[in-house]
Design a protein around this ligand. Structure first.
Ligand code: NAG
Length: 246
């Protein structure tokens, strides 16, 4: 089983924000194609991942750095199904997990024997309860198919003069080149990169519906999400959209 005892604190912070803010207005369901990976599980009292992920209940996973993408993947929801293993539970379609941790590489273990999270492996170190929904735990490791679901989500932090937006579930390459915010009474304001997929604007935007313009670094697509947040938007809440990069 891969070690996921070291969590990425900001990922935890952002994931907690998402967990606390349940208000979301996600519309359509736009799953990405299924892709192949592997999954192990972590468990037991020493799993910091479990502690850190309290807000999500137990259906969480730590991602290998290939998937984690420097934090851009924090808060992303994945559907995971067990794939072509005798340990798979038959009749189970998939389980849904939220990414709350980095599963760090351990180069003292071979990538094919314990070092499951070593790049370039695509790996989910799932919470034990989540793993046990798709496969028998005695398997230790199973091949899985995974896909990302739904659209971009915007989680708000900050204060009256500073808006910090954490963008979750970013499709395409999973990264963002540029981002702007627009209040109903302002023009487009360029946001600066904070960490991972968090962007900030030092502007007074309270009491206005907010729109975002985002450009994907990988796909070069631009998405304009009009009026994602209503005029009475609040820090601590997450606002959803059905839009995403491809
Ligand atoms: C890395 O693997 C070695 C060998 O199995 C193990 O002793 C060590 O505890 C691991 N390190 C971490 C951080 O898990």
């Amino acid at each position: 089983m891969a070690s996921s005892l070291r969590s990425w604190s900001l990922c935890f912070l952002m994931a907690s924000i998402l967990a606390i803010s349940s208000k979301s207005t996600i519309a359509n369901f736009q799953p990405s194609p299924w892709q192949l990976a592997h999954a192990t599980f972590y468990g037991g009292a020493c799993g910091y991942g479990n502690l850190f992920a309290n807000g999500y209940g137990t259906d969480t996973a730590a991602l290998s750095s290939t998937l984690f993408n420097n934090g851009y993947a924090c808060g992303t929801c994945y559907q995971i199904k067990c794939f072509q293993s005798p340990w798979c539970y038959s009749g189970v379609t998939f389980t849904t997990v939220t990414a709350t941790n980095l599963c760090p590489p351990n180069w003292s273990q071979d990538s094919n024997a314990g070092g499951w999270c070593n790049p370039p492996r695509v790996h989910f170190d799932m919470s034990k309860p989540a793993f046990m929904k798709i496969a028998q735990w005695q398997a230790g490791i199973v091949p899985v198919m995974y896909r990302r679901t739904d659209g971009l989500r915007f989680s708000f932090q900050g204060n009256g003069y500073w808006l910090l937006v954490y963008v979750m579930n970013v499709g395409g390459g999973g990264d963002i080149a540029n981002m702007w915010v627009k209040g109903s009474q302002t023009g487009w304001i360029s946001m600066t990169h904070n960490w991972g997929a968090s962007y900030q604007a030092f502007a007074t935007l309270g009491g206005q519906p907010l729109s975002f313009r985002i450009t994907s670094y990988t796909t070069q697509e631009t998405i304009i999400a009009w009026n994602v947040a209503p005029a009475n938007w609040q820090v601590g809440l997450t606002y959803g959209t059905s839009l995403n990069f491809h």
